[in-house]
Design a binder for this molecule. Structure first.
Ligand code: FAD
Length: 378
């Protein structure tokens, strides 16, 4: 039930906790029991051992950044950039997730508007948080404003780690479907065209529309750097996205998340406003609409109302079309088998694809259900 937020490692006064990757590719803490003084601080800062109560938002907005270019570079409405620009303009610091040199997700911070470019857009794998909580604390102690963004468990971990309220801190979490294994991503990416290097990854390319977004991966030839190809698929045909959205390789704790549904304690939650075409059809241009939950007074005050295009809507409307907000993620029946074959099978794309096939008995049951329903309605 460890969510991998690393609050325990960063809080340990003995520095006797290390994080190591398990066979599935997720980081877990290991305690050096010779150095441990049994202070239990690691347990007290764990968001899964000390879960919070859920909170309902004070306000719910459909909102977007006014700059269309920024919105197109963002996963939904560009609200992360909107909030961050406001903090940086006042001399603050923004924590977010960027790709590292291996195209894996890592937490980092920036004090510059240009630095936000790398944080824009979703990276669909669990990020490595490093010492981000310690760095947040340091900036806050210096009197700086800090915006920390991450998954609900990362925000919950930070709040437990800090242990008290800081005036200058704004926490922003995402509605989170769950985090895929970095190892599966690594193997998938490097198996696409062995020897070729990755030049760019974009999980949410909206050129064909926000609702029909594509996953783009640019690969560079080993012999000629100017020879670049783009592997691009609509999300519902992209094998990595299909495995992610079918819950094949999420972190085990995601299936019983104790930080989503308003339990992270974040000031603001951001997501896609799926279903906007039904709720506010006149506002939908298919370039991305953000869903914003203002959970606290601090969140309400920090939202730059005059700089955004926003409309107040209801929690019920938002939840109706966005399953990620409240639904529990169900484990795929063959998840265990998938991971047991991961190291044996070189072709990760094929392995994912094979495990997404619906077994015959399920097809038969589904067909039978349809026939019975048809029969009853006649
Ligand atoms: C793993 C994951 C699952 C998600 N699941 C859902 C869902 O089920 N439903 C839904 O409506 N929205 C989901 N989102 C959120 C959505 O994709 C957008 O991030 C959100 O709508 C904000 O978009 P934006 O346009 O405001 O900003 P963007 O510029 O697109 O947002 C970037 C923000 O996402 C953060 N981020 C990117 N990758 C990661 C990561 N790996 N870990 C932590 N933070 C990250 C950045 O730090 C930044 O804060 C998910 C995001 C991630 C990363």
């Amino acid at each position: 039930m460890c969510c991998g937020c690393a609050a325990c490692k960063q809080r340990c006064p003995q520095q006797c906790i290390t994080l190591t990757e398990d066979d599935e590719g997720f980081l877990y803490p290991h305690v050096d029991s010779d150095r441990c003084i049994d202070c239990k601080l690691c347990e007290r800062v764990c968001p899964f051992l000390q879960p919070r109560k859920g909170q309902k938002p004070l306000h719910v907005y459909a909102a977007m950044h006014k700059d269309e270019i920024i919105r197109m570079q963002s996963s939904s409405g560009g609200i992360f950039t909107l909030l961050s620009e406001h903090v940086i303009a006042r001399g603050g610091v923004v924590f977010g997730v960027r790709f590292d040199e291996q195209w894996e997700a890592v937490h980092d911070y920036t004090e510059k508007i240009e630095g936000l470019v790398a944080f824009r857009g979703s990276k669909y794998m669990q990020s490595r948080i490093g010492n981000a909580y310690e760095e947040v604390k340091q900036f806050l102690k210096e009197g700086r404003e800090v915006l920390f963004s991450g998954t609900p468990c990362q925000v919950a971990g930070l709040k437990h780690f800090l242990g008290k309220r800081y005036e200058g801190l704004l926490t922003v979490d995402l509605v989170c479907h769950g985090v895929p294994s970095p190892k599966v991503w690594r193997k998938y990416l490097h198996g696409l065209k062995p020897q070729w290097t990755v030049a760019n990854v974009q999980f949410r390319d909206k050129r064909l529309g926000w609702k029909r977004f594509c996953v783009n991966i640019q690969l560079c030839s080993p012999t000629d750097k100017s020879d670049i190809i783009t592997v691009s698929h609509p999300f519902h045909e992209d094998i990595f996205m299909r495995g992610f959205l079918s819950n094949l390789y999420l972190r085990p704790s995601c299936y019983e998340c104790r930080a989503k549904k308003g339990k992270s304690g974040s000031d603001i939650t951001i997501a896609d406003y799926w279903g906007i075409e039904n709720v506010l059809p006149e506002r939908d241009d298919d370039k991305g609409m953000g869903l914003v939950f203002l959970n606290t007074e601090q969140g309400y005050k920090s939202f730059p109302h005059s700089l955004s295009l926003y409309t107040e809507t209801t929690y019920e409307d938002a939840v109706k079309y966005n399953g990620g907000i409240n639904e529990n993620i169900r484990t795929l029946h063959n998840r265990k088998r998938f991971f047991s074959e991961l190291d044996k099978q070189c072709d990760t794309e094929r392995l994912i694809s094979e495990h997404l096939k619906v077994p015959l008995y399920k097809k038969v049951i589904s067909r039978a259900k349809k026939m019975i329903l048809k029969y009853i309605s006649v």
